[in-house]
Design a protein around this ligand. Sequence first.
Ligand code: FAD
Length: 307
Amino acid sequence: MNPLRSLILAAAENDAIRRVVATTPGSRSVVDRFVAGETITDVVRVVRRLADDGLCSTLDYLGEDTHDKAQAERVVQAYLALLDRLHAEGLADHAEVSVKLSAAGQRLDHDLAVRNAHRICAAAEQCGTTVTLDMEDSSVTDDTLAALAELRRTWPWVGAVVQSYLRRTEADVADLATPDSRVRLCKGAYAEPPEVAFPDQHDVDLNYVRCANALLAGGAYAMFATHDPRLVAVLAERIRWYGRKRGSYEYQMLYGVRPDEQRRLAAEGETVRVYVPYGEQWYGYLMRRLAERPANLTFFLRSLVSR
Ligand code: FAD
């Protein structure tokens, strides 16, 4: 992995750096570019704006690695309140939620996290939308896929996420690529050792295409999460080759990243879903975005010193 990327991902775990970034006034403008705000009202405003542009959303209440039950409960309550509000505002057709099991208590107790996820799924079903389980670092891949299988027994529409940088992912996709199975395919955002993840970006991209083929061939509802223009072009060709109709797959991109491309695809009639994070715990998320793209880092550093 690129040393700069490793450094930023290490900073994502560092509490002292988090405090410095959180209290530096200039960091706000960078946060605002990638995060919808801190409250439900903020995120609802963004969902409505995106819907007006023909874009769907998946909403992430920021927070990961919950280490006590009370915090896990606060996360569940935040999702329940969010789903309630989406329903009340008539936005449930446009927005689903993305949930990190670690925020729901996964590192504390698998069963607790699954019970909490069930509660979020029940609320989502009631308001007519869906849930996708974000995929985190490789220490929880098995546990997350096991939780997914448990949840899908009751809620078959729960979305899975697979990461093409992991060597294991092609085999996971072979299991998940069944008709109507909702699967988000992304490259992967965490620092992983070479035994577990391809160190070379070219291999990550090749694996992305192999996994995309398997999802399209298997009849899954594929959710292609990437900003990579080369991959978007390859995907368009693969989708045509497999004779996939619009509405049987979608593109996904992050809030604040390539917004013009999001609108271009939507204007062509594609389903495009924007991943919209909100909440007070934006630090780890922001660091992963900066690690992905040196241009974002330059923008960030410049905004810190230009105050
Ligand atoms: P990259 O290799 O980062 O970039 C490829 C090319 O895309 C660049 O060369 C550039 O041309 C273009 N590009 C990228 N960023 C920008 C930018 N800011 N501005 C302009 N052009 C840009 N990761 C997980 O590990 N787990 C998850 O659950 C997860 N969920 C995700 C959900 C969504 C909807 C998305 C979009 C990503 C998610 N990710 C997740 C993150 C993902 O794994 C990647 O880290 C992230 O998407 C960057 O990869 P990329 O495919 O965009 O390609």
